[in-house]
Design a protein around this ligand. Structure first.
Ligand code: F6P
Length: 371
């Protein structure tokens, strides 16, 4: 396949700290490799509105340490419609764009796969490379996606602060963290924070078992004689039971167990970290990860590759015909986009060995380090 000469870059879906590092690296490396680089604002939505912007070295200077994405981002549900993708392809053709870098998560990379599906493309010259970016770390075949490390650090910082006040008042906190259907952020940050319990969807526990586990944890911690009696529970947003309902059920059970206690003393407090987890300046790791993935992505397009995602150190075996180590960076792999999306689905449905490994590894550590 011919190498791309004019490359568009867009960021799509939930933004992730480190996206700017990928934009910057792809723009600078692409230009020095002889390609023309342009930005597209607000993901596929902006593409449909023909919102192109220049990405000259000046435009990307100083963006490395900024959170979010200078190109803006959006979700674009209409992109699953063939006629909408046809419109996007004709806008790209009018602009002379023959290569596209899509920086985003599951939905964004699905859009990339459909956009360049040979059955729909016909004779149009358009190649696409995806860069995994989502704080959820729910994409297949990549050890890390852009934004995960910063999100973990943000959670740890917030939980450390909550733990100070929880300890001062002997309180129980349930802290909800983002992650959509994936419990990675909850599991990893629970270990990093020394939490007493982590709740995540991959455990498959039914509601009553979750409530029992929290009540048991609170009673165990409170029966200890040592000074600190705070209880920190980190809950992934993907856990089936809502945090409000969880609080109500747990509080009722704790009141039953301690009828003489002051109810305000035993009731749980809730903090939903929400979008705080997605913001902030990218960590050093995310700046490096974004830069390395951006570098490999643009080189892949210039070299004529298409329909691949640049993965960071795949944590599960990539099928032989679906991936290869990139010549530009031994830690980055070019993995077939279709295979990535199948593995992502497996990961989320609990069918991937990685899901079982994550939950199993967490339980081993949990037994020794938490509680
Ligand atoms: O996928 C990233 C993410 O932040 C998820 O963790 C979360 O469930 C979702 O996006 C929130 O999306 P929005 O910002 O569109 O409400």
């Amino acid at each position: 396949m011919a190498g791309s000469k004019r490359i568009g870059i867009l960021s799509s879906g939930g933004d992730a700290p480190g996206m700017n590092a990928a934009i910057r690296a792809a723009a600078l490396v692409g230009r020095s490799g002889g390609a023309d680089i342009v930005g597209i604002e607000r993901g596929y939505k902006g593409l449909l509105e023909d919102a192109f912007v220049p990405l000259m070295p000046n435009d990307v200077s100083g963006i490395l340490r900024e959170g979010g994405t200078i190109l803006g981002s959006a979700r674009c549900k209409e992109f699953h419609m063939r006629e909408v993708r046809d419109k996007a392809r004709s806008i790209l053709a009018n602009r002379g764009v023959d290569g596209l870098i899509v920086i985003g998560g599951n939905g964004s990379l699905t859009g990339a796969l459909l956009l360049c599906d040979p059955k729909e493309l016909g004779s149009q010259a358009l190649n696409v490379i995806g860069i995994p970016a989502s704080i959820d770390n729910d994409l297949g075949f990549t050890g890390m996606s852009i934004g995960v490390d910063t999100a973990m650090n943000t959670i740890v910082e917030a939980v450390d602060k909550i733990a100070d006040t929880a300890t001062a008042h002997d309180r129980t906190f349930i802290i909800e963290v983002m992650g959509r259907d994936c419990g990675y952020l909850a599991m990893t940050s629970a270990i990093a924070c020394g939490a007493d319990l982590a709740l995540f969807p991959e455990s498959g526990k039914p509601e009553q078992a979750i409530i029992d586990q929290i009540v048991q944890t609170v009673l165990t911690v409170r029966s200890r004689s040592r000074k600190s009696r705070r209880v920190i529970i980190i809950k992934a947003e993907g856990v089936g039971i809502s945090t409000d309902k969880l609080k109500a059920e747990v509080d009722a059970r704790l009141r039953d167990k301690s009828p003489n206690a002051d109810p305000s003393g035993i009731e749980t407090r809730v903090t939903v970290l929400g979008h705080v987890v997605r913001g902030g300046r990218p960590s050093a790791f995310d700046r490096l990860l974004g830069s390395r993935l951006g570098n490999v992505a643009v080189r892949a397009l210039i070299g004529g590759d298409t329909l691949k995602m640049v993965a960071w150190m795949p944590p599960s075996e990539v099928p032989e015909d679906a991936g290869r180590c990139s010549a530009a960076d031994p830690k980055c792999w070019l993995v077939d986009l279709g295979a990535v999306l199948v593995e992502t689905e497996n990961l989320l449905k609990g069918r991937s060995p990685l899901t079982r490994w994550r939950a199993g590894a967490f339980e081993e550590i949990e037994g020794a380090l938490l509680m």
